[in-house]
Write a protein that binds this ligand. Sequence first.
Ligand code: PLP
Length: 223
Amino acid sequence: MRERIERACDASHRNPTEISLLAVSKTQPADALMAAYNSGQRAFGENYLQEAEGKIDALPKDCEWHFIGPIQSNKTRTIAERFDWVHSVDRLKIARRLSEQRPPSAPPLKICLQVNISGEASKSGVEPDQLAALYQAVAALPQLQVMGLMSLPRPTDDPELQRQGFRQLRELRDNICPQAPVLSMGMSQDLEAAVAEGSTLLRIGTALFGPRASNQTAQDSRA
Ligand SMILES: *Cc1c(COP(=O)(O)O)cnc(C)c1O
């Protein structure tokens, strides 16, 4: 996987050290995560809360846990208590709850705001014209730290279409929140396009772990 990322970086004259790799481990058993851990992986992304909790308990304590699925408001407490990052914040109500429910002893929860760029796969994500207001409001919450933006485009094989959406996210970051520079974009199918457009965090599932048994697509089920 690192080789594929390095090739993508070479092609777009980027430094691989600017890009972190989130291993998206939804539906994968704890054994598979442990194998990735043993080869050096520490950051894991999960979409389903109940499933994630078992793996958080099973893996060593120095893992970093990223919640990347849709968030229901009755699940925010567990997310705030057990995760280090949340990539799928698209509403102020959810952000407020995460901030209130983050244990005071823990460092602020790291947040990416999910943006509904054109061609988004789901209805999730804040509309681009609402992003500035959401960013201002979320950045003011005490127990959250806004790190950047996230997008989940509709799958397409067309590299130019892939790049368009990612470019839009990068421009939103540059215009609205340059102080929160993380761009959480790029998955197994489109990581090259994402790297070319400035991704700083790739969320990779199938290209790391192989196909998911239940054939679940990106973010297709409620937390
Ligand atoms: C499943 C998922 C991924 C990983 O998708 P792959 O195509 O398996 O790499 C990335 N991001 C989100 C939000 C997902 O739900």
